[in-house]
Design a binder for this molecule. Structure first.
Ligand SMILES: NC(=O)C1=CN([C@@H]2O[C@H](COP(=O)(O)OP(=O)(O)OC[C@H]3O[C@@H](n4cnc5c(N)ncnc54)[C@H](O)[C@@H]3O)[C@@H](O)[C@H]2O)[C@@H](O)CC1
Ligand SMILES: Nc1ncnc2c1ncn2[C@@H]1O[C@H](COP(=O)(O)OP(=O)(O)O)[C@@H](O)[C@H]1O
Ligand SMILES: [K+]
Length: 487
């Protein structure tokens, strides 16, 4: 599934109109579907609708009319100056005898639900004046909020923090970049001709990001035939660890090994200076310094816990000429370019801090625009980039994929090591790097979601590894939760 930008959405709207499709029908469907979501979530609780003067406001005015017809008590506050379809929506509402009061006089009553129809994809720049005040008031007041298309104000501050958001026609990247502001997500079909969105997406110069959905990822799961043996389903080499002065994350390669096994690797070889004894299932290759012993593996994960040895591990691993995950201390531009030069498939797995170091910017800049940062790093290195965070972005060349799974309970030491091992197992099973990265990130995030729901905060990274098979089974069985509902 493609995620639309506001510009792409406007182009879709324009294309519908060029084909002769009446735009008022789109607005009518949008408002009607949003009213359906309202009723599903809030029943007959009274509504206070805040409508801007653009088409987002128009959607809100249509919703108000439909709620009214269903016997829901509705108060409406609207900006002045509607034109076009929004004006028609206003006239239709007035014809029902509804009093539409100015936004400036908006007030909120206990028991009400706020409908946020102030701004959608047409917002230019941050809110100020009466709009900023109103949004801050809505957030303070603590009533449930249903946002139409987008929580007003996004991507800037202040913006509405919604209980639920109904996206019209397609999701926008903002929905998945700002999950917290959107609350529960609904996708409303609003009657656009079936092929139109795909056509608009294909015509854009810069491709639209993908959303990683269960539907797209399930077919990527490596099959496990009855005749499988541990040498046939993907063997992984883990190279990392450090012996010397300074900080040591001696458990990092062990966690990567657990991630690989729990993602289905047949055999994991652990190459590290201290010959760790965990996990019992691994084959240990204690080495005094970063070197590559002879290994029969199909993929590698390199750099975890490598400290100052990280670069040397990565350069030693080049010799294996195998697909590789480069993580943590192996993340250096020089290393990435060496893999690109060698024509080896590689997946870089930086968090925002590591990505900033590679790009020569600050972590805030990366966090501000993770799609741009992941794309820039993928273009600069020619490799697949997994920019970790919420959301995690996977990039390869111009291709971008946004991951919808992942829980804040994953914000704990070692979960990134588990992810590296998991992606390496998928590479070893034969998946191309972009697909291995998308699938690994999705399942790792889903494992975090399952555990976060069950146990809350306080997870151990090894538990995330343990939950990977459950996540995988859910995806296999068609039961991985979708990040949204359709209306
Ligand atoms: N296919 C589509 O594209 C459809 C779009 N629809 C709705 O239309 C919305 C987009 O409508 P519009 O393009 O009219 O845009 P909006 O309704 O999001 O807002 C545009 C209005 O806000 C003003 N504005 C922009 N930035 C501002 C700021 N910072 N402070 C104060 N005022 C500001 C503009 O001058 C304009 O009047 C969508 O989000 C969706 O809700 C639906 O009606 C159905 C069909
Ligand atoms: N708030 C969050 N929401 C979702 N996922 C998160 C969150 N915080 C961290 N994660 C995930 O946890 C992992 C942390 O990786 P990383 O920062 O490399 O940690 P470490 O180096 O300790 O292993 C990443 O996969 C990241 O996406
Ligand atoms: K809105």
């Amino acid at each position: 599934m493609r995620l639309f930008t506001s510009e792409a959405m406007r182009e879709a709207d324009a294309e519908a109109v060029r084909r002769g499709y009446p735009s008022l029908l789109l607005m009518e469907w949008a408002g009607m579907k949003a009213a359906r979501v309202y009723r599903e979530l809030f029943g007959k609780r009274p509504a206070v609708v805040l409508a801007g003067k653009g088409n987002n406001g128009g959607d809100g005015l249509v919703l108000a009319r439909h709620l009214l017809l269903e016997g829901v008590e509705v108060r409406v506050h609207a900006a002045e100056g509607q034109t076009g379809d929004a004006l028609l929506a206003l006239q239709a509402l007035l014809a029902h005898g509804v009093e539409v009061r100015p936004l400036e006089e908006a007030s909120f009553r206990k028991g009400e639900v706020v409908v946020d129809a102030l701004f959608g994809t047409g917002l230019k720049g941050p809110l100020s004046g009466v709009y900023a005040d109103l949004v801050e008031q809505v957030n303070r007041i603590g009533l449930p909020v249903l946002a139409l298309d987008l929580p007003s104000g996004l991507p800037y501050a202040p913006h509405v923090r919604a209980t639920a958001t109904v996206a019209f026609a397609a999701f926008k990247t903002l929905h998945f970049l700002h999950r917290e502001a959107c609350g529960r997500l609904f996708l409303a079909e609003i009657g656009l001709p079936k092929d139109l969105l795909a056509q608009v997406a294909s015509q854009l110069e810069e491709g639209l990001p993908l959303l990683a959905t269960p539907e797209a990822l399930a077919p990527l799961l490596p099959p496990r035939p009855l005749t499988a043996h541990k040498g046939s389903v993907g063997r992984v080499g883990i190279l990392g660890g450090y012996r010397g002065e300074g900080l040591r994350y001696a458990g990092a390669p062990v966690l990567a090994a657990l991630g690989a096994y729990r993602m289905g690797a047949g055999l994991v070889h652990l190459v590290a200076p201290e010959g760790p004894l965990e996990p019992l299932e691994a084959v240990f290759h204690p080495v005094p310094s970063p070197t590559l012993p002879p290994l029969k593996v199909e993929a590698l994960a390199v750099g975890m816990g490598g400290g100052p040895w990280g670069k040397a591990w990565a350069l030693a691993a080049l010799e294996a000429r195998r697909p590789v995950v480069l993580d943590a201390d192996a993340l250096h531009l020089e290393v990435a370019l060496a893999y690109r030069e060698a024509g080896l498939p590689a997946v870089l797995t930086p968090h925002a801090g590591e990505a900033a170091r590679l790009l020569g910017t600050g972590p805030e800049e990366v966090a501000q625009d993770p799609l741009g940062a992941a794309r820039a790093l993928a273009e600069r290195t020619g490799l697949v980039v997994v920019l970790k965070g919420n959301p995690t972005v996977v990039a390869e060349g111009g291709r971008l994929s946004l991951n919808p799974t992942g829980h804040p309970a994953l914000a704990t030491g070692g979960t990134g090591d588990v992810l590296s091992g998991a992606i390496a197992a998928l590479l070893a099973a034969g998946l191309p790097p972009f697909e291995a990265a998308r699938l690994g990130v999705f399942l790792h995030g889903l494992a975090g979601d399952l555990l976060g729901e069950e146990k809350g905060v306080g997870l151990l990274a090894r538990e995330v590894a343990e939950a990977l098979p459950r996540a995988r089974r859910l995806l296999e069985g068609g039961q991985a939760p979708w990040p949204f509902s359709r209306v």
